[in-house]
Design a protein around this ligand. Structure first.
Ligand code: AMP
Ligand code: GLY
Length: 426
């Protein structure tokens, strides 16, 4: 098979690593890719942006691509899936209409409410006075969210009503997030521990991938501003087989059914950002319509079989029967970030000391580039994802943090406590 993968981050490096390792893959094109992806066997990076829909369709047709796999939500929201399917190119990823489950928080919340999916109580607002009145009427703290895509930054977990109103004012005035904030969702603040569940969905059937946990705050002990994710572990120590089933039955299945009934069948990867609440069980914080980053890095380290038949099965509407094999033990991904991340990442620092890839250790590139002399430089906020597996989390941690000791770039920072939350539920 010839495959085209769209995207350029750590998530895409992990996907490309699995795809290029498949005996079914004859050739892998990646648009635009990154230096880590470019080093994989059978793989060629092509300089086309992930959102350049017409160019991507043209290359997929000209190169007789058998399957297109999409990483980022921006390309899905730009209609890449619709355009590929119109050109009869098999595509892994939802249509633009189904991708609204991530692209519009108001759409997602209403769909969940109507389908009886447990999620925080909420209101949707376009006018400030109504938003302020709603905030005043809430018995507890609230969370204010821009409706549209904001690259993970459109959420304010407010400590006070005054802070919530200031956030609502900033978003609705268009100052904070432009058009993405012209409509906002205000919701009840839930407490508990956050986990990630991702499932492959071929339109009707769901196959869960191993659970994981992200670490969103920039600093140890979950201190400091939120980022795109500073590290992940898989599995979450809190999620067993019974809880996985409960999550599938109460959260994923009714959501997928409601999407299908709304004429928006979901074919791709459905990502649940979930809260395990002590009193109300698992609840949905948010749905994403694509693989998580950096969850995918640790989850795919444990996906112990060929990923390509699963991706192709999702695209054609018929996933393989049964469950994919999962490597026992645990995996971890520790993100190495550049100076100034997340506020103002500095770019262009030279990277040295990358270890050779091994079966249980891979350094996925996220924000890197090569200069004219072939030197590897930082080119983004999240630079590398040092990903390791082991017989248990301690072994995986030791392997990842051991490798990090040898890696260097000026300003490099990372969390030292990925995977240390333990079994506590809050
Ligand atoms: P999101 O960008 O939707 O992933 O939200 C960012 C973070 O805000 C989440 O990971 C949660 O930690 C927090 N958050 C969002 N909604 C809620 C909520 N209803 N209650 C508590 N925390 C929330
Ligand atoms: N790691 C969070 C996300 O992919 O949205």
């Amino acid at each position: 098979m010839r495959l085209l993968l769209v995207g350029s981050g750590g998530r895409e490096h992990a996907l490309a690593w699995k795809i290029a390792g498949s005996p079914l893959c004859e050739r892998l094109l990646v648009a635009p890719g990154n230096p880590g992806i470019a080093g994989l066997p059978k793989t060629t990076c092509i300089p086309i942006a992930a959102e350049a829909v017409a160019e991507l369709v043209a290359i997929a047709v000209a190169e007789h691509v058998d399957l297109v796999v999409c990483g980022p939500e921006s390309a899905l929201a730009a209609g890449l899936g619709d355009a590929m399917r119109a050109a009869e190119v098999p595509f892994f990823g939802p249509s633009r209409a189904a991708a609204e489950i991530e692209g519009s928080k108001a759409f997602a919340k209403r769909l969940m409410r109507d389908a009886g999916v447990p999620t925080a109580a909420f209101g949707v607002f376009e006018e400030l006075p109504a938003a302020e009145a709603f905030i005043d009427a809430q018995p507890g703290p609230v969370v204010v969210k821009a409706d549209g895509l904001c690259a993970g930054k459109g959420v304010v977990v407010a400590a006070t009503a005054a802070e919530a109103k200031a956030a609502a004012r900033g978003m609705l005035s268009g100052r904070a997030f432009g058009a993405a904030g012209a409509r906002i969702v205000i919701e009840e603040r839930l407490s508990g521990r956050e986990i990630t569940m991702m499932a492959l969905c071929d339109g009707t059937r769901l196959t869960p991938l191993p659970s994981s946990e992200d670490h969103k705050a920039v600093g140890d002990g979950d201190q400091g501003p939120n980022t795109g994710g500073m590290g992940t572990i898989s599995p979450s120590p809190l999620v067993d087989e019974a809880l996985t089933q409960r999550i599938l039955e109460t959260l994923f299945l009714p959501t997928v059914r409601a999407l299908a009934e709304a004429g928006r069948p979901f074919q791709g990867l459905l990502y649940g950002g979930l809260m395990l609440t002590p009193d109300r069980g698992p609840m949905v914080i948010e749905w994403n319509c694509r693989f998580g980053d950096p969850e995918t890095q640790s989850v795919l380290m444990r996906f112990d079989e060929d990923l390509v038949p699963w991706l192709a099965g999702v695209a054609t509407g018929a996933m393989p029967p049964g469950k994919p094999r999962v490597r026992p033990g645990a995996a971890i991904c520790v993100v190495l970030a550049s100076a100034g991340y997340p506020a103002a990442p500095r770019l262009g620092d030279a990277i040295t000391g990358l270890p050779a890839a091994a079966d249980d250790l891979t350094v996925f590139h996220a924000g890197t580039r090569r200069d004219a002399d072939g030197r590897l430089l930082t080119a983004g906020g999240r630079v590398l994802g040092v990903t390791a597996s082991g017989a248990d989390l301690d072994a995986a941690r030791a392997r990842a943090y051991g490798a990090i000791e040898k890696i260097h770039f000026d300003g490099m920072h990372f969390r030292r406590d990925i995977g240390l939350r333990g079994q506590r539920s809050s």
